[in-house]
Write a protein that binds this ligand. Structure first.
Ligand code: ADP
Ligand code: MG
Length: 314
C-alpha cells in the first residue's frame, strides 16, 4: 500500500459506554465522537481502516434473544455477531461520511461484514475464557448449563456469565475484498467484534462457531493484511500503566517490544483487557509494523502523532 496507512481499533466501550443504558441516541452520539477523531486522522494524510469491538452490543442482542425466546427462535452467536457488525457498521458509515465531508474529504465509506477463519483444533476450544451476554443467578446458571450445555463462570460479586472459547484468528475470509476497496480509496470498516469466527471443513465449506475472536488480535491481522505502518488501539484509558489499579501506578508513555514482554510476564497486563492489546501490538511490530499506539478515544489523533497515549516501538 502506498502512503501512510493506519488500522484503528475502537473499543466496544467507546461506542456503548459502561454507565449508559445503550439507547440508539447514545450509541450514535459516541460514534460521532469517534468519527470526528477518525476524520482528523484522515486529514493528517492517513488512509484509515477501522475495526471495532462489539461486546456491549452483542450482549444486548443475546439478551433480546433470550427475552423473546418463547415467541421467536433465538439465533446462534455467529449470527448475533454478524448482526452487531451490521448495526455498528451502519452507525459508523453514516457518521464517518459526515465527519469526512466536514473535514473536506469526500471519500466513500463502506463496511465489510467479515468472517475470521479460526482453527477448529485451536486449544482455546477446550478452555472457554471469554465471558459474553448477561449475568445470571446461581440457579439460572445451573439450568443453562444443563439445558444448553453452556459453560458458566462465577464473576466475583456480580453473578454468573456464559464463557465461550477465544481462538486466535488465522485469516480474514473477505481479505481480498477489503484490499480491493482500500486500493479504490474507500474508507473501510471491517472485522467488527474480531469478525465472525468460522472454521473450514475439509471441502472448504465455512461454518460459524460459538466463539469470540479478540478484536485486538484481529486488528493486528488486519493491519498486516493491509500493510499498515501504524496500529492504533483506542480504549477508555489515556495510557497503559504499570501497577494499574494498585498502589504505585505508573503511566507508560513509550516502551520497546522487549519491555512490553517483560511487563507482560510480570503480570501488569491482564488477559481479557490490556493483555490482548499488548500482545497484538507486539505481534504487529515483530511482523514488520512501524508503530503501535494504545490511547483513549478522545486523544486518537494526538496519539497517532506521538503526543498522547502509549507508544510501543520495535
Ligand atoms: P476495550 O473494549 O477497549 O477492548 P477492555 O476493557 O478490554 O476495553 O480493555 C481496556 C481496560 O483495560 C481499561 O479500561 C483498564 O481498566 C484495563 N486495564 C487493565 N490493565 C491495564 C493497564 N496495565 N493499563 C491500563 N489499563 C489497564
Ligand atoms: Mg477488550
Amino acid at each position: 500500500m502506498t502512503g501512510k496507512t493506519v488500522v484503528v481499533a475502537l473499543g466496544g466501550n467507546a461506542i456503548l459506554r459502561n454507565q449508559e443504558v445503550g439507547t440508539a441516541e447514545e450509541q450514535i452520539a459516541n460514534v460521532r465522537r469517534a468519527s470526528r477523531q477518525l476524520a482528523e486522522i484522515a486529514s493528517d494524510g492517513y488512509a484509515v481502516v477501522v475495526t471495532h469491538g462489539n461486546g456491549p452490543q452483542v450482549g444486548d442482542i443475546l439478551l433480546r434473544n433470550e427475552l423473546t425466546e418463547d415467541t421467536l427462535p433465538s439465533m446462534p452467536l455467529d449470527i448475533c455477531g454478524a448482526e452487531s457488525q451490521g448495526m455498528i457498521g451502519y452507525m459508523l458509515q453514516q457518521s464517518m461520511q459526515e465527519a469526512l465531508l466536514a473535514a473536506g474529504l469526500d471519500c466513500p465509506v463502506a463496511t465489510v461484514l467479515t468472517q475470521t477463519l479460526v482453527d477448529g483444533d485451536d486449544p482455546a476450544f477446550g478452555d472457554p475464557t471469554k465471558p459474553i451476554g448477561p449475568f445470571y443467578t446461581a440457579m439460572q446458571a445451573k439450568r443453562l448449563q444443563e439445558e444448553k450445555g453452556w459453560q458458566m463462570v462465577q464473576i466475583r460479586g456480580q453473578g454468573y456469565r456464559r464463557v465461550v472459547p477465544s481462538p486466535r484468528p488465522i485469516a480474514l475470509i473477505e481479505g481480498q475484498a477489503i484490499l480491493g476497496l482500500i486500493r479504490a480509496g474507500v474508507v473501510v470498516i471491517a472485522a467488527g467484534g474480531g469478525g465472525v469466527p468460522v472454521v473450514a471443513d475439509t471441502g472448504g465449506t465455512l461454518r460459524g462457531v460459538e466463539a469470540v475472536v479478540d478484536k485486538d488480535y484481529t486488528a493486528a491481522l488486519l493491519a498486516r493484511l493491509v500493510g499498515a505502518g501504524d496500529l492504533l488501539i483506542l480504549t477508555d484509558v489515556e495510557h497503559v500503566a504499570l501497577n494499574y489499579g494498585r498502589p504505585g501506578r505508573q503511566d507508560i508513555r513509550e516502551m520497546t517490544v522487549a519491555e512490553a514482554r517483560e511487563h507482560l510476564a510480570a503480570g501488569h497486563f491482564p488477559p481479557g483487557s490490556m493483555g490482548p492489546k499488548i500482545r497484538a501490538a507486539v505481534g504487529f511490530l515483530e511482523d514488520g509494523g512501524d508503530r503501535a499506539t494504545i490511547a483513549s478515544l478522545d486523544s486518537a489523533a494526538d496519539a497517532l502523532a506521538g503526543r498522547a497515549g502509549t507508544r510501543i516501538r520495535r
